[in-house]
Write a protein that binds this ligand. Structure first.
Ligand SMILES: *Cc1c(COP(=O)(O)O)cnc(C)c1O
Length: 360
């Protein structure tokens, strides 16, 4: 059998180590995963009722159009229902876009390091990937505009960026949109939108009225806390959504996912409390770095990338042996860093105490 040649050398996504595996290997009673930026406070209690309701319909195919969720999100964002596409996570929206838009003659432009799925999906479609290095952990938007050529189909920006947590300001984003040619799609992946505190962060939804070449990506996996149910969406012009929709599987989001996402969206007070708690916990990590003179990128997300000036694999292993699964910076392009998803207050206190112990 011959797999298409663009697959050569690709490896499947490597998730953070599974909790049960670490418990067994290291004979630990408790292991806490702070590697995938999930919400440590779980999801709104309303999600539980939604899942009980979903149980009654397990034998029926889901609504492929996700009508109720579509109405709820459209109202929440103040966009038309036809401006939305739902995916089995926003990962799937990236896949659908790449499948619908890219060929072996095209290229995409991304930052580096950034979220790996843009590149991964473009490579499978045979497209070239032009990677523009971050400057101080931040998108080099001028460099990205310069990298655009006649073969460029999509420019992906990740705002705030994973794995650095940095953001693109309103002013910078506005000026970027003015420079990108109208026939090149800009995808603004805003997976951490609910965690953003910066006042000059762009509210990109109204930009959709001005720019037909813009798509926003949001997800229910991070602050909304339903990562296992896999729901994310894209928002763009009606024309673009209509054009790419045939590349979507007919029943790509589940009934449980749709009902849970609607319930989660309707509980904005839960989101507000997670946001506030996250900001408070972030300060602890910042203070720790300041105290020890370690560099970190100011983060607008629920994770922080800290340069602890030791090999990332050592930091990772040290924390693993103490029951914390984190992300080794070596795999993220920052070889002496670790990326930690903020946990509960007690978890963060423990992690910081362990790091201090180690460094003294
Ligand atoms: C987690 C994450 C996603 C994917 O989220 P899903 O909706 O769970 O697929 C997309 N983009 C970025 C930057 C992320 O960190």
């Amino acid at each position: 059998m011959r797999i298409k040649s663009t697959m050569n050398g690709l490896t499947p996504y490597k998730p953070g180590k599974p909790i049960e595996e670490v418990k067994r290997e290291l004979q630990l009673e408790e292991v806490i995963k702070l590697a995938s930026n999930e919400n440590p406070y779980g999801a709104s209690p309303a999600v539980k009722d939604a899942l009980i309701k979903a149980y009654d319909a397990v034998h029926i195919y889901p609504d492929g159009y996700a009508k109720q969720l579509r109405e709820d999100v459209a109202q929440h964002l103040n966009v038309a229902e036809e401006q939305l596409i739902f995916g089995n996570g926003s990962d799937e929206v990236i896949l659908i876009l790449c499948r619908a838009m890219l060929t072996g003659d095209d290229n995409i432009v991304t930052a580096a390091p950034t979220f790996p799925q843009y590149k991964h999906n473009a490579v499978i479609e045979g497209s070239e990937v032009k990677e523009v290095p971050l400057i101080d952990g931040t998108h080099d938007l001028d460099g990205m505009v310069q990298a655009i050529d006649e073969k460029t189909k999509i420019v992906f920006v990740c705002n705030p960026n994973n794995p650095t947590g940095t953001y693109i300001s309103e002013e910078a984003f506005r000026s970027f949109m003015q420079k990108v040619p109208e026939n090149v799609l800009v995808v603004s992946d805003e997976a951490y939108y609910e965690y953003v505190s910066a006042e000059d962060f762009p509210d990109t939804v109204p930009y959709l009225n001005e720019y037909n070449n813009l798509m926003l990506l949001r997800t229910f996996s991070k602050a909304y806390g339903i990562a296992s149910l896999r729901v994310g969406f894209g928002a763009a012009s009606k024309d673009l959504i209509q054009a790419i929709d045939p590349a979507r599987e007919p029943f790509n989001t589940s009934t449980a996912g749709q009902l849970a996402a609607s319930a989660a969206l309707n509980d904005q007070s839960f989101i507000r409390s997670c946001f506030e708690q996250n900001r408070r916990e972030m300060k602890k990590y910042e203070q720790f770095c300041d105290e020890f003179g370690f560099d970190y990128f100011p983060s607008e997300t629920n994770f922080i990338l800290m340069d602890l000036q030791k090999p990332g694999s050592e930091i990772f292993q040290y924390l693993l042996e103490r029951g914390f699964i984190t992300r080794n910076g070596e795999a993220l392009g920052y070889p002496t860093s670790v990326r930690i998803t903020l946990g509960h207050p007690e978890q963060n206190d423990r992690i910081i105490a362990e790091l201090k112990d180690w460094l003294r």
